[in-house]
Design a protein around this ligand. Structure first.
Ligand code: FES
Length: 350
């Protein structure tokens, strides 16, 4: 996931104490392509950071509560640094503009532990499709496949060749037989024809298709590739509304659930903690943060996963676009920016 950058306005939050977050220092800022800057983060003492796997992302608090998600795109094995890349967004409401205009080497930022929502699954063959900055989670995947015997083709679309980051690393990765990189710069050729690309890949069930790009690209891929073979991640802040699938979790306690966004419910802060009322029409996130819970947030639309909060008891009325059916059915976490309770109370792991 790379930089949803229009979700949420700047907000002020007290110092964060969330588990797994730490303060890192900006060690390097580098122009990777026109409008794309990479940010390399390290511990102030230079000690090793947690390892991560391709597809993982970081939540980064850029400025007084402004949290954005960026895919880790450095070379794996560099234990003392994490690198993400941020594109310049003209309509930025904070994240992109802050990185490009204000962030400097030596600045300190709060950063979550790496989170994995887009893992690389093992397969003998892959088709990777990247749109713009969507190359960032895919690049470490492609590099990870070196020496595994897997074959792959990458189709990478961008505004222009000079605006397409990491072409050098892609070229280095594509040294073996069965490794192909096809570039689609819009200013010097036809647009990426996803239909033709998917057709060329054939309907081989052993070819996994990984797509990362804007919502339109993801939507097109979903129409062309069977779900069993398709893995996607969008960097747009607000995916087009999609029908929420009927899941077992939505059937829990349905008799208790009036089926409206507007029913009040209670949240309890831990097993013996305070009980707060979430009024009709008010996000639980706001109630919790007004009470000092200090939950980070970014999209406020249930798409980024930043506000994920553990649930100890109670059935959740999930309204996010993050969890799988199985994760929903577990009722052990929710996204309080959008989700609510099926019953009268949720006991939270806070
Ligand atoms: S703030 Fe993005 S899912 Fe809640």
């Amino acid at each position: 996931m790379t930089g949803p950058d229009t979700g949420g306005d700047l907000q002020t939050a007290p110092p964060r104490t969330r588990t797994g977050w730490q303060t890192l220092v900006v060690r390097q800022l580098r122009l990777e392509a026109d409008g794309v800057v990479s940010v390399t983060l390290a511990r102030p003492d230079g000690a090793a950071l947690d390892s991560w796997a391709p597809g993982a992302h970081l939540d980064i608090e850029l400025h007084d509560g402004l949290v954005r998600q960026y895919s880790l795109c450095g070379e794996t094995g560099r234990e003392a640094e994490w690198t993400v890349a941020v594109r310049a967004v003209q309509t930025s409401r904070g994240g992109s503009s802050f990185v490009h205009e204000s962030l400097r080497v030596g600045h300190r930022v709060r950063v979550s532990a790496p989170r994995q929502k887009f893992p690389l699954e093992r397969s003998p063959r892959y088709l990777f499709v990247a749109g713009g900055i969507g190359i960032t989670p895919l690049l470490p995947m492609i590099e990870e496949l070196a020496g595994t015997g897997a074959t792959w083709t990458v189709h990478y679309a961008g505004r222009s060749r000079s605006a397409m980051a990491y072409l050098d690393r892609l070229a280095r990765a594509a040294t073996g037989a069965g490794h192909t990189v096809v570039l689609h710069p819009r200013d010097s050729g036809p647009r990426l024809d996803l239909d033709a690309v998917v057709d060329d890949a054939g309907d081989d069930e052993a070819t996994l298709v990984y797509v990362c790009g804007p919502a339109g690209m993801i939507r097109a891929a979903r129409q062309l590739v069977p779900a069993a073979r398709l893995r996607t991640e969008s960097f747009d802040p607000a995916p087009d509304p999609e029908p929420v699938p009927v899941t077992t979790s939505l059937l829990v306690d349905i008799s208790e659930k009036p089926g409206a966004a507007d029913r009040p419910f209670e949240v309890q802060l831990g097993v013996e903690g305070a009980v707060l009322t979430v009024p009709a029409g008010v996000p639980a996130l706001d109630v919790l943060n007004e009470a000092g819970a200090d939950l980070p947030w970014s999209c406020r639309e249930g798409t980024c996963g930043t506000c994920e909060t553990g649930v100890l008891d109670g059935a959740v009325d999930h309204r996010d676009h993050v969890l799988t059916d199985a994760e929903r059915a577990a009722h052990d976490c929710f996204f309080p920016c959008v989700s609510r309770a099926c019953g009268t109370r949720l006991i939270l792991d806070l």
